[in-house]
Write a protein that binds this ligand. Structure first.
Ligand SMILES: [Zn+2]
Length: 526
């Protein structure tokens, strides 16, 4: 299990202490390595985590109090009166007020140290560096509230505090050789030959974070190495120049590059498990209602106002089961999206596609399609294409109506079930998503309208590739449909488990007569 994240560490210059010694901005990435733990290790780590949680809450509470005093203070009120345009004087005044009320990372670190020393229990479980990092974390939470970025601070309940981190790889929690060492603990990492992990291990480690996760009711610990530099770039993800038109549908996605057409089911692999999620959701709902009859109105809706929820252990078990599947689904979805993004960028980095409206999708297909998360696919695509120096155009469907448009200019409304475009005017026949994606390539970025002229001119050179994509996609879906034995409950279920229905998977053999090149009927009008 690995992931990498690019972060820019911003050091708050107002904070005193060691942070100032760090470079103001260095990029870093995270390499995650699972750890081998005995039951004794788990018990020791659990106790340290618990003392960390209590310390965090103590600092958070102190920070809140100090913030309140600060806000009520004369100095603070005076600072507030200084005009915003007088930046320098204003910020100096605020700084002075913060200093007077000991509201800073530095001061809360000192408070945390004192608190830890006063409690033998905390001091015996945590080292100075870890204590300081906990204080910084709590301070930042209060600071977010001060800047209006958070409404309130939340105290961590048992189970909500799941990580501890060091300050450097020199003291406290450290990565040494092939594992973590921390005050008597030695935890070996599970190191594979994954180049992502090897790249992390070969980089300079800034500090190490230990993270606890409970999967299938078992406790696992992971080391997150926060490394200096840039994350590993997988060489296989080649990004090509060229234009790509995409039609992202609820069940399939058509991706049309200059030379190649991909028409494939859209994250259909998630469907079967999603049924299980919904089943658990319904079960939780039933259990909740049975345990809390007073919280519901006679018509079944939840009563307004403050309520106490009595969650039975059975309910909790169902909830934990559901969380587990949700987590797996999210990870799976991310990897499926990523794969599709890489496939797309191999065809070209200049992307044109309709902006997906999840609302419109839900209107057409029901709420249940939310799990496919089309917008996160689109934003991932946008991010990666732009990172590679490409351009991304997401046009609104309002002016284009590509799904109704034919190459000859004829506009014809299609029902959702009609998956093949078959023009009554010119006789053009093409899978509708592929045609839409093709037309997307010719949407003008400035006007966000389709240039039908260019689309016509391009057709001859592309038709073969489009037909190939249609044929390959049809065969692929036939295979997918047999391997995914999803029952066909409702229309949507059927749509997504066997996305390319028999109507559209009719054999498309390029040599057959109907697949001849399209001849424009009469272009003299346009
Ligand atoms: Zn036509």
């Amino acid at each position: 299990m690995t992931f990498q994240k690019k972060t820019l560490k911003k050091t708050n210059k107002k904070d005193k202490g060691d942070d100032l010694l760090l470079a103001a901005k260095t990029s870093s990435f995270v390499t995650e390595i699972p750890l081998i733990t005995t039951s004794i290790d788990i018990a020791v780590l659990g106790a340290r985590l618990e003392s960390g949680r209590q310390l965090y809450n103590a600092v958070l509470s102190e920070g809140k109090t100090r913030l309140q005093l600060l806000r009520n203070s004369e100095l603070y009120q005076q600072a507030k009166l200084i005009a915003k345009t007088d930046k320098k004087r204003r910020s100096t005044a605020f700084l002075k007020a913060r200093e007077a009320y000991h509201f800073s990372d530095y001061h809360l670190q000192a408070f945390a140290n004192k608190t830890a020393i006063a409690s033998i229990w905390i001091k015996s479980h945590l080292d100075a560096n870890t204590i300081q990092k906990i204080a910084t974390r709590a301070f930042k939470a209060v600071e977010r509230m001060m800047f209006g970025k958070a409404k309130k601070v939340r105290f961590k309940q048992k189970g909500q505090f799941v990580s501890l981190e060091g300050k450097s790889n020199k003291q406290g929690i450290r990565w040494i050789g092939n594992g973590v060492e921390w005050a008597g603990l030695k935890l070996t990492g599970i190191i594979t030959n994954d180049p992502v992990i090897l790249h992390g291990l070969n980089s300079k480690i800034k500090y190490v974070r230990l993270v606890r996760r409970i999967l299938n009711q078992k406790t696992y610990w992971f080391a997150q190495l926060v490394c200096e530099g840039m994350p590993y770039q997988k060489p296989k993800n080649i990004v090509a120049d060229g234009t790509v038109g995409i039609d992202l549908g609820v069940s399939t996605v058509a991706i049309i590059g200059d030379q190649e057409t991909i028409w494939t089911p859209f994250v259909v692999e998630l469907t079967s498990k999603q049924k299980e999620v919904r089943k658990l959701q319904r079960k939780m709902d039933r259990q909740r209602r049975a345990n809390n009859p007073d919280n519901f109105n006679s018509n079944g809706t939840v009563k307004k106002g403050k309520k106490r929820w009595n969650n039975s252990s059975r309910y909790k078990k169902t909830a934990s089961l559901k969380r587990e599947i949700d987590r797996k689904q999210a990870a799976y979805r991310k990897s499926l999206h990523g794969k599709l993004v890489n496939q797309t960028l191999k065809l070209g980095k200049n992307i044109k596609t309709e902006k997906v409206s999840v609302k419109a999708w839900q209107k057409k297909w029901g709420k249940s399609i939310k799990f496919k998360s089309p917008s996160s696919f689109q934003s991932e695509l946008k991010r990666k294409a732009e990172n590679a120096g490409g351009t991304v155009l997401m046009f609104s469907t309002r002016y284009t109506a590509l799904s109704q448009t034919c190459l000859c200019g004829n506009k014809q409304k299609k029902s959702l079930s009609q998956r093949v475009h078959n023009c009554s005017e010119c006789g053009l026949k093409m899978q509708r998503d592929i045609l839409s994606a093709y037309l997307s390539r010719y949407v003008d970025p400035k006007t966000e309208t389709l240039s039908i002229e260019l689309a016509r001119n391009g057709w001859l050179g592309m038709e073969q590739s489009l037909l190939d994509g249609w044929r390959v996609g049809s065969n692929q879906s036939a295979r997918t449909a047999t391997s995914l034995k999803s029952p066909t409950i409702g229309g949507i279920e059927r749509m997504s488990s066997n996305p390319i229905t028999s109507e559209e998977s009719e054999p498309v053999r390029v040599n057959e007569t109907y697949a001849v090149s399209w001849n424009p009927p009469d272009l003299s009008v346009g």
